[in-house]
Design a protein around this ligand. Structure first.
Ligand SMILES: Cc1ncc(COP(=O)(O)O)c(C=O)c1O
Length: 355
């Protein structure tokens, strides 16, 4: 018997427009810092309702440059404990110390109360993570806030784009995210001075023909920006299809432990649809046998080796983040997924979990 066709966990939606855009760039011979990057930044700023967008090489680079622009060196930075390691790693690499605090059991995000309890006089900035695309509430903070919006372009808070929040919001365009440029990211801000600093930091420290800061190269290519322009045209359709699929999962699995918005008015793009299960690894293996690619959801930062001895605990424990690391499962969800494939995932999930 042939193995079943695999239903993929995630898959970018790439069409003729992306191919045409990249081909035009290659034929033009102008591969970096040209019209496409400028046009992509202008469209991104408009879509996210920000004054400035600065395109960079990855979401991680966006976080690193944001922390550098805010000059957090030798200070403390608040950071929720559940995430892909990029935000916490970026804090360590900027010469600061992450103050980790546990996340909320319903929204799986950090809360203003959690951030307030973790706050000490040494804290110089706060990272807020819109986990799996679900916008997190803001800490009522007297320090600058970086919104890690790697997953949340297309999500809204009271009708406004999730990346419209924060002193600086950082986006990712990795293929697992809503929009992709292969690798890619961006910093968004309304602050003119910060925008100038970020532009210099991503481009060898250059400003007005001189070198004003010792910085590296985090520029986005013209090929990536051409893809990004085509992807921005798809944003509404991608979000609509993701919400449709997520609604169907929730209707079909009413007792499943899934992520919930912190309050009315918060709308996720469902970048990842997670569910907490009892024996995640066994379920991943069983689904794989059935041709369904499901995966582990996220990581508890207090447990990863790279941060051992390098963070401060901002909450008494990390019980929620750890339970999500241990039991969190990501189900297939992407805009090209068919209704029939989703029905098959639901049927298999129910069968294996007895739900
Ligand atoms: C919350 C979060 N922040 C940052 C990143 C890093 O983005 P990139 O892969 O573009 O460096 C990711 C990506 O996996 C993420 O999930």
């Amino acid at each position: 018997m042939y193995p079943p066709r695999v239903i993929r966990l995630a898959r970018p939606w790439i069409g003729a427009e992306e191919l045409d855009g990249v081909r035009e760039v290659l034929e033009s011979g102008m591969l970096v810092m040209g019209a496409r990057v400028a046009a992509f930044e202008a469209r991104l700023a408009e879509v996210c309702e920000r004054r400035h967008a600065i395109a960079v090489g990855s979401g991680t680079a966006a976080l690193e440059l944001a922390l550098e622009a805010l000059d957090v060196r030798s200070h403390r930075v608040l950071c929720p404990a559940l995430s892909w390691p990029s935000p916490a790693h970026a804090i360590v690499r900027s010469g600061a110390v992450p103050v980790l605090y546990d996340v909320d059991p319903a929204s799986w995000n950090g809360t203003p109360e959690g951030a307030a309890a973790a706050r000490t006089p040494l804290v110089r900035a706060a990272i807020v993570i819109d986990q799996f695309g679900m916008p997190a509430p803001h800490p009522p903070s007297d320090v600058p806030t970086i919104v890690d919006a790697a997953c949340s372009i297309g999500s809204t808070v009271d009708g406004r784009p999730a990346p419209a929040r924060g002193t600086i919001a950082c986006l990712s365009f990795h293929p697992r995210k809503l929009l992709t440029t292969g690798e890619g990211g961006a910093c968004l801000t309304d602050d003119d001075a910060l925008a100038d600093a970020l532009r210099a930091l991503r481009n060898h420290g250059q400003r007005d023909g001189g070198f004003v800061v010792a910085a590296g190269n985090q520029r986005m290519t013209e090929m990536a920006a051409a893809m990004g322009l085509a992807q921005l045209d798809r944003l509404d359709a991608i979000v609509a299809r993701r919400r449709e699929l997520a609604d169907r999962y929730r209707d079909a699995l009413p007792d499943a432990r899934v992520q919930r918005p912190a309050r009315d008015g918060v709308e996720s793009n469902w970048q990842t649809f997670g569910v907490i299960v009892d024996d995640r690894d066994a379920l991943v293996a069983a689904l794989r046998e059935d041709g369904v690619e499901a995966g582990r959801l996220s990581f508890a930062m207090n447990r990863i080796g790279s941060l051992a001895g390098r963070f401060e605990a901002g909450s008494p424990d990390f019980a929620v983040a750890e339970s999500l690391e241990d039991g969190g499962l990501a189900l297939p969800l992407h805009p090209l997924m068919s209704d029939a494939d989703q029905a098959r995932v639901i049927e298999r999930f129910r069968r294996h979990t007895g739900s």
